[in-house]
Write a protein that binds this ligand. Structure first.
Ligand SMILES: NC(=O)c1ccc[n+]([C@@H]2O[C@H](COP(=O)([O-])OP(=O)(O)OC[C@H]3O[C@@H](n4cnc5c(N)ncnc54)[C@H](OP(=O)(O)O)[C@@H]3O)[C@@H](O)[C@H]2O)c1
Length: 457
């Protein structure tokens, strides 16, 4: 990005800015991915930028002092209440002065690092006061969650599309910034050995697992309002599902991928689900003592198209489970038995590991020496073993693509509305308790039996 950029971060005193956005900008600076830049943080608190940066510093490993000094030098803070137009007027002057001082081109990346209930008024005020009118480009990133149901997502979309074109809007799903998520469609569509098998004729079922081994931490008030379904199923898991199951795009870029993901999501239906809540969740800070919010969900979905007719997609996610892992597991149908004796062999699997140890493995059957029997063996690709651990992190990829104007890894209006539609159809359910560090509620066994599912990990 040679012609420079001003990052206007609205919600700069928040956790997301400190934990993710500032470290991502630092890494872009360190890796020479930005030329001229300035960061203008804004929020309600009366605070100095130094304080935000010093809190952010602890989220950066092996700090490069030169790059960090540069970040400090080009960072500013201005107090803004999202609801006060006068504050935006002052912010506009402030941004213009900084752009003048650092001879920046006027490219502005607005990052709404705050809750969705503020998105409409913030966008309106940014436009009303003329902050989005600039000599360069103006692009606006909206952090997830985008709304809290289909109705609110549609309302936000309608309001912000009065101000921006879709090409200026970057709806964030930070999972799409992850290296291995970007890799799903590349692996599918650049390997002839895979795509012919990627359909109901050969695939028995698909599992998408997003397990966490921690509780809600200090996100209690937010999480209690949303729960597992809205916090991760509606966005990250639906995106993983769409990338795994979509038809081949005409080209593996931007709008073509988004067209196919949106089409796929319009065909998805939830067939069954089970919900859980970890023990002592109600004692978490900011959580209602009577909360019925789910911290665990397992779902069975179907995709109503020719490719996937009859193939169940199972999704499972939860907090305070026994492991932290994000995986996609493709289970193939068994081959006909041609062996003379026993045919007790397993299906073939493809396992895409998004985290923690990124990679892809194939499980195929192999002869046991001196016997006419087979056992499953793993053919494993470990991402860090081959490419090293220093691959870009999610938010760096996201910010870099916004600066380039590439929308491939951002969620389009129809995708977001389709995935909210799927979730909106869920009716109220009983929420079963489960022990911390377990695999979920005991009632999951009934669900598993009913749908003949064995979770692979
Ligand atoms: N934290 C993460 O790692 C993470 C990851 C993924 C997604 N997200 C999502 O990102 C969003 C922000 O999360 P967060 O954890 O950063 O929340 P947070 O810590 O509560 O921060 C919210 C920010 O919004 C500002 N704000 C709220 N009302 C305002 C108002 N009327 N005027 C001006 N500023 C106002 C706050 O400023 P003051 O405190 O100064 O008032 C603060 O800077 C949430 O929707 C969350 O779900 C967060």
């Amino acid at each position: 990005m040679k012609d420079g950029v001003t990052f206007v971060i609205l919600g700069a005193t928040g956790d997301l800015t400190k934990r993710k956005l500032i470290p991502a900008i630092y890494h872009l600076v360190k890796n020479g991915k930005i030329g001229k830049f300035a960061i203008v943080g804004a929020a309600r608190s009366n605070i100095q930028i130094k304080k935000i940066l010093s809190e952010s510093e602890k989220f950066i490993k092996n700090l490069d002092k030169k790059a960090w000094k540069k970040v400090i030098y080009f960072s500013y803070y201005h107090r803004v209440d999202f609801y006060q137009q006068e504050d935006y007027r002052q912010l506009k002057k402030f941004v213009e002065e900084i752009e003048k001082k650092h001879k920046l081109s006027g490219n502005r990346l607005f990052y709404l690092a705050t809750m969705p209930q503020h998105f409409e008024i913030m966008t309106f005020n940014l436009a009303k006061i003329g902050l989005v009118k600039t000599k360069g480009w103006a692009r606006c990133a909206y952090e997830k969650p985008f709304g809290e149901d289909l109705k609110s997502a549609k309302k936000i979309n309608k309001s912000i599309l009065k101000i921006f074109n879709e090409s200026q809007i970057y709806r964030i799903d930070h999972y799409l910034g992850k290296e291995l998520v970007g890799n799903i469609s590349l692996v599918r569509f650049t390997n002839r050995i895979l795509e012919p098998l990627w359909k109901n004729k050969h695939i028995e079922s698909v599992q998408i697992i997003l397990d966490e081994d921690m509780g809600v931490g200090n996100r209690g008030p937010y999480y209690d309002k949303y729960g597992a379904i809205k916090d991760v199923v509606q966005n990250h898991m639906m995106q993983l599902l769409a990338l795994t199951a979509m038809e081949a795009p005409k080209k593996l870029v931007g709008e073509y991928i988004r067209n196919e993901k949106a089409k796929l999501l319009s065909k998805v239906k939830i067939k069954d689900l089970i919900l859980g809540q970890y023990e002592d969740y109600k004692k978490e800070k900011g959580v209602s003592k009577k909360s019925k919010t789910e911290t665990f969900a397992a779902l069975k979905l179907e995709i109503n198209n020719q490719r996937w007719k009859g193939v169940p997609f199972f999704l499972k996610t939860g907090k305070n489970l026994d492991k932290k892992q994000t995986l996609i597991i493709i289970k193939f149908k068994k081959v006909d038995c041609l062996l003379a004796k026993t045919c007790e062999f397993d299906s073939n699997y493809i396992i895409i590991r998004i985290q923690p140890d990124e990679g892809i493995s194939f499980e195929i059957n192999q002869k046991i020496p001196e016997k006419n029997e087979v056992i499953p063996i793993k053919v494993d690709f470990c991402h860090s073993c081959l490419f090293g651990p220093n691959t870009p992190r999610g938010y760096e990829n996201l910010l870099e693509d916004i600066m380039k104007g590439d929308q491939s890894i951002f969620v389009r209006k129809d995708e977001i509305e389709n995935s909210w539609r799927i979730i909106d159809e869920i009716k109220k359910r009983k929420v079963y308790s489960y022990k911390k560090g377990s695999k979920g509620p005991e009632q999951l066994n009934i669900f598993n039996k009913k749908h003949n599912i064995i979770w692979k990990q």
